[in-house]
Design a protein around this ligand. Sequence first.
Ligand code: IDP
Ligand code: MG
Length: 139
Amino acid sequence: MEQTFIMIKPDGVKRGLIGDIVLRFERKGFTLIDAKLMLVSKEMAEKHYSDLKEKPFFGELVEFISANPVFAMVWEGNDAVKQSRALIGATNPVDAEIGSIRGDFATDVASNIIHGSDSIVSADREINLFFRRKASFAS
Ligand code: IDP
Ligand code: MG
């Protein structure tokens, strides 16, 4: 079993997509471990996206994530990190397959609805940042 950090971004929350997205993760067979609707501070958004701080869109991304509530979640399942990324789809919705979350609900990379950890190391770091505890992984 593996845990991953999934966050419905402010655009997804505003559009009323929490229920649909939770349903997709449940149908896939993952287990919801923790969840909360929350405001992300600028400092927290900067930490969360620290690997992107050299990108030209970093400031805009941090502003966007911290402007309105997000829905933060921890999901558990087999290969949860990799399989969640498949449910979510490619970063740019133009490249995301229809049937994936970004493929079905988004058209623009700057408002692509949802975040999912990209590795076990990121998942652990992000779960700790948002829920103040370590992820649990099979040894
Ligand atoms: P990911 O969310 O699929 O892991 P990352 O490369 O980690 O993609 O980028 C984080 C977030 O930054 C993306 O989900 C997207 O919201 C935003 N982003 C990525 N590339 C661009 C861009 O070229 N313009 C604006 N925003 C971007
Ligand atoms: Mg990423």
